[in-house]
Design a protein around this ligand. Structure first.
Ligand SMILES: Cc1ncc(COP(=O)(O)O)c(C=O)c1O
Length: 483
């Protein structure tokens, strides 16, 4: 008899869910579907135990939970009955209606595309543009910093304070920026990667329809962050020196632009380094039009032909540069550690917004990085990785030259730094992604970086930092085989 009230499903012993939870859900379902009505008495614990093949203790735990949730009443000397106060009729109606109406469709404020990137470990050859080689990260050294931090961390760091970042890390970063990048700043805002900073800047500066100018071939996550704020994006042309100043001048004369996003040291994705004269021209135009410059210096350390050029932010009398940097290339993207420096007014505003988004960055990671930097290991790691990536950059160059000598019609400029090459394959690469995937090769063709469709895509970005020299060589064979 009692079984009729329930769906009659035996408890599933193969799943991890405790039996009392399974039993309670069956009773709850029977009430919601109207098979058990308000005031109905439930079978005794012994009967339920027999029916569901569980012990009395399991039945009692399920019953007590249902009483606590308000589905059942426990009545002295009578046992359990369905609560008469439940809106059972409504609940039945809702469940009947919902079969007809279906789920309510959410109306989102704007569309966002979720990109399901496969992890690099799924590929045989990794030419993805900015992948660092995590196998060379000094985890033992870093673990000692983590251990020290876990031992010594103060309670204050573990609470909500210091939205701008842990003092110890900000001090290290300021020192590093001054000594390694010639950039003196009053303060720093630590963010969950530069991506959070981009999002915050979009929210801080952009009202729906306002303009952001960017390189036409650019960093898609930056574009998305500005679009999320409602920005109108203006694509600017670029050449072998990066963003063209005359294209910016034309854009600014015709449109109201609030922000310019630029990657001057190693243009993303074309890798070119913008000379000082071009930077000055761009800076002058932005001052004239009241445009703030977002300078994304994402892989500053890795410059090989000479010491890296000072950031635009190092010479910013008008205080219009918002400077972004990241640990995603120095360490790994999973560290989610980036930082911003800008005028005090801008930093204060961004910090207030960050507080709304997530209060602060993870404290232990910040403190561990500060400890690692203070011990001098960070700079040593940078020196080692710069040497390694320079070698890989040379290996890529030698390999590409080898293919050219073999008669393969490709063209490229050896980059002055960074972690990738931009190679002209001189043929349409639109159908390359599928072939690359099938061949186990992770590499990104030109269309991945274009916002506005082009008639023809001919280039590919080939990262060299994330894999060993022999994989670069063998991977290029596999890739050019596809052509
Ligand atoms: C142009 C550019 N900016 C920033 C980043 C780093 O972003 P995040 O610090 O959010 O990991 C990357 C990483 O690929 C990048 O290519």
């Amino acid at each position: 008899m009692a079984g009729i009230m329930f769906s009659g499903k035996p408890l599933d012993r193969s799943i991890q869910q405790p039996k009392y939870i399974q039993l309670a859900s069956q009773i709850r379902e029977a009430i919601q579907a109207g098979r058990l009505k308000p005031g109905d008495a439930l079978p005794s614990a012994r009967q339920l135990g027999l029916l569901f093949e569980v012990n009395r203790h399991t039945v009692m735990t399920a019953m007590q939970n249902l009483v606590a949730e308000g589905w059942l009443l426990s009545i002295v000397r009578k046992g359990y009955q369905v609560n008469t106060q439940l809106p059972i009729v409504d609940s039945v109606k809702t469940s009947q209606n919902s079969a007809v109406i279906g789920p309510v469709i959410p109306q989102f404020a704007y569309a966002v595309e979720h990109i399901d990137n496969l992890p690099p470990t799924k590929f045989r050859y990794n030419f993805a543009g900015g992948l660092p080689d995590v196998a060379h990260f000094p985890f033992d050294e870093f673990r000692r910093s983590m251990n020290r931090v876990c031992r010594d961390v103060s309670a204050a760091s573990l609470h909500y304070q210091s939205v701008a970042g842990e003092g110890a890390l900000r001090t290290q970063l300021k020192h590093y920026l001054r000594t390694a990048r010639g950039l003196t700043c009053d303060d720093i805002l630590v963010c969950n990667g530069s991506q959070e900073a981009l999002f915050l800047i979009g929210q801080a500066f952009i009202e729906a329809g306002q303009g952001v100018a960017m390189e036409a071939l650019g960093y898609p996550p930056a574009r998305k962050a500005f679009q999320a704020a409602g920005a109108q994006i203006y694509d600017l042309t670029q050449d072998q020196h990066g963003l063209c100043a005359d294209s910016l001048a034309r854009c600014l004369s015709k449109n109201k632009v609030k922000l310019l996003y630029v990657t001057p040291l190693h243009q993303y994705p074309t890798t070119v380094t913008m000379p000082v004269s071009r930077r000055m021209e761009i800076y002058r135009l932005c001052v004239e039009h009241g445009v703030f410059i977002i300078e994304d210096d994402y892989d500053h350390e890795f410059h090989y032909s000479c010491p890296p050029l000072q950031p635009m932010a190092a010479n910013d009398p008008a205080q219009i540069v918002i400077y972004l940097a990241t640990f995603s290339k120095i360490m790994f993207a999973g560290a989610r550690m980036g930082y911003v420096t800008a005028s005090n007014a801008v930093l204060k505003h961004l910090s207030a917004l960050k507080q709304i988004v997530n209060h602060k960055n993870e404290a232990l990671m910040q403190l561990a990085i500060a400890d690692w930097m203070a011990a001098g290991h960070f700079e040593r790691h940078l020196r080692r990785m710069t040497k390694l990536y320079r070698q890989r950059c040379d290996v890529m160059d030698t390999s590409l030259q080898h293919f050219q000598k073999q008669g393969l019609d490709i063209d490229y400029l050896k980059p002055q730094g960074g972690m990738a090459y931009w190679v002209d394959l001189k043929r349409d690469v639109s159908n390359l992604p599928k072939k690359l995937f099938q061949a186990g090769i992770n590499a990104h063709p030109e269309q991945n970086f274009c916002h506005s469709p082009r008639a023809r895509y001919t280039h590919i970005r080939l990262g060299f930092a994330g894999q060993a020299e022999h994989d670069i060589e063998n991977g290029l064979y596999a890739l050019f085989d596809l052509l």
